[in-house]
Design a protein. Structure first.
Length: 225
């Protein structure tokens, strides 16, 4: 089965990184194009073919076999006009998948209009990725902090019914904290918020108390109630 051919146009840091990554994957046939002979020399060992030429010129794109590739990546840096001309020419050649680089949402809109099937807004996407990674780090730290604790929705019954929270002395007797309560199945149903609780709250049969404690303490409470 023939490998899919991908044309990388523009061999700056971004384009060269794409060539290297695709080459290491070994699943695609890579063709590269850049006006700089030095840039082409740097990546030619990692490609099936590498050409020196202007990627915004439709004749050059045709000469390097642009009509025969499955995908193309337009990775020009600051030259937005060249990107637009290149994308439009690739579209005319019949390339099915055209990925282009944009510096702004407005540029992205223009590139889509002329034929790009995907536009990379690098700063925005990188910002979103970093934010996600930071959130993941924070979440992991919180999970580590919470390790060994249980949160349990407890349906009030038995001897604690009728007592105030202070009288029940859950913190003193079991080292359990009550986060709040809901009436009936309000907490277990997942559609209602927790009602804040005070020491003079009187436990009613059928109320659901949201309890948090270490595993052993919670297990002892549940076993006794």
């Amino acid at each position: 089965m023939a490998k899919r051919r991908v044309l990388i146009i523009g061999l700056g840091a971004f384009g060269s990184a794409i060539v290297e990554t695709l080459w290491n994957g070994g699943e695609l046939e890579i063709v590269a194009l850049d006006p700089s002979e030095a840039a082409v020399d740097r990546v030619k060992a990692q490609t099936a073919a590498a050409y020196v030429g202007d990627g915004s010129d439709p004749r050059v794109l045709a000469d390097v076999g642009g009509a025969d590739v499955d995908s193309a990546v337009v990775s020009f840096g600051e030259d937005f006009e060249a990107s637009v001309l290149c994308v439009a020419s690739l579209k005319k050649l019949g390339v099915r998948e055209i990925v282009a680089r944009a510096a702004s949402e407005r540029q992205a809109d223009v590139l889509r209009l002329v034929g790009a099937t995907r536009v990379l807004e690098l700063e925005r996407e990188m910002g979103a990725r970093i934010a996600t990674e930071l959130s993941t780090v924070v979440s992991s730290e919180l999970l580590d902090f919470a390790h060994g604790y249980r949160v349990v929705p407890w349906l009030a019954h038995g001897p604690l019914v009728g007592k105030t929270l202070a009288e029940a002395a859950l913190r003193t007797r079991y080292d359990i904290t009550v986060l709040g309560f809901g009436h009936g199945r309000a907490l277990t149903g997942g559609t209602h918020s927790i009602v804040p609780i005070t020491p003079d709250y009187r436990i009613k049969a059928g109320d659901t108390l949201m309890l948090v404690a270490e595993e052993k303490a919670m297990a002892r409470f549940v076993a006794e109630h």
